[in-house]
Write a protein that binds this ligand. Sequence first.
Ligand SMILES: *Cc1c(COP(=O)(O)O)cnc(C)c1O
Length: 331
Amino acid sequence: MFDQFPEKINLANTPTPLVFLEKLSKKIGGPNIWLKRDDFTGSFLTGNKVRKLEYIVARALKEGASALITCGGIQSNHCRATALVCAQLGLEAHLVLRKENSLEIDGNYFLDNLAGANIHLYSPQEYFSNLENIFVEIKNTLKTQGKHSYSIPTGASDGVGIWGYVECVKELKADFELHGINPEYIVCATGSGGTQSGLSLGSHLLGVEAQTIGYAVCDDANYFNKKARKDIEQCNALYDLGVSVNTVTIKTIDDYIGPGYAKGYPELYTFIKEICRLEGIVLDPVYTGKAFYGLVNDINSGRYQGVKDIVFIHTGGVYGLFPFRNDFHFV
Ligand SMILES: *Cc1c(COP(=O)(O)O)cnc(C)c1O
């Protein structure tokens, strides 16, 4: 079996369990639904980003970095994970955040502040038109202070961070053996693409038959199919893997984005509430809720007919739920 993983540092609480959602599977009467509990990768480091950071931060430390610069929305789970990892390792965190909706000190943004991250706020227009220059400016300022910094792209999705989810496939392979299953699909939420690309590449390298499907939460399927291929190509080149990238199958579904990134809809909130009450599983409206809603809806409308087992990756996101409290109407 493929075992040429690059160096990493241990940050995530892994391997995470794979659990069978018995009540939900029975209720929808379709394939068996399994949940990979990557919301258990840490209490404050919870979610998928810490898996990618294990590889990226190892590289940054090797280069002698004393500061990490990264970016995202105001409620970015990735920025929160980076802020906490920096605190843990004694690094300086610089977060370039998009001012969206409210600037309340809540959820992930609260934790960024609690962990002492340096916050750089920009309007969405400035952010999207000038992100590269903003990174360069911060890097240069740090340089004048004698600090070497390492820049991490959105969501830690690149040819290095991708290893986090290649490694997750290695865990899944052991999970499948333990439970005696051979799932047809591995499903995840796709926001910056690295989880999907890692799962796709991992299955290819490790001989797992399951097809990875990403449910997009922002950009369309065409964008993510290209983005996943780009991450895989970069990894292939950086680590000399000799993979013929065109033979890696990539699949994205973009039917459940709704009004846009981090914007929910009534059926979504109802679904999140129902899953919590049925299984005791907490999903968030930005990522896991949208993707899981999409999966269950697609099962109900027959997209997965004849399928026996599906694995959904619970990629975390719990702190992103709380700022949506007013969209849930409890009676
Ligand atoms: C970032 C994130 C995702 C999306 O993963 P990508 O690798 O960025 O596509 C899914 N779920 C949660 C909770 C996230 O924070």
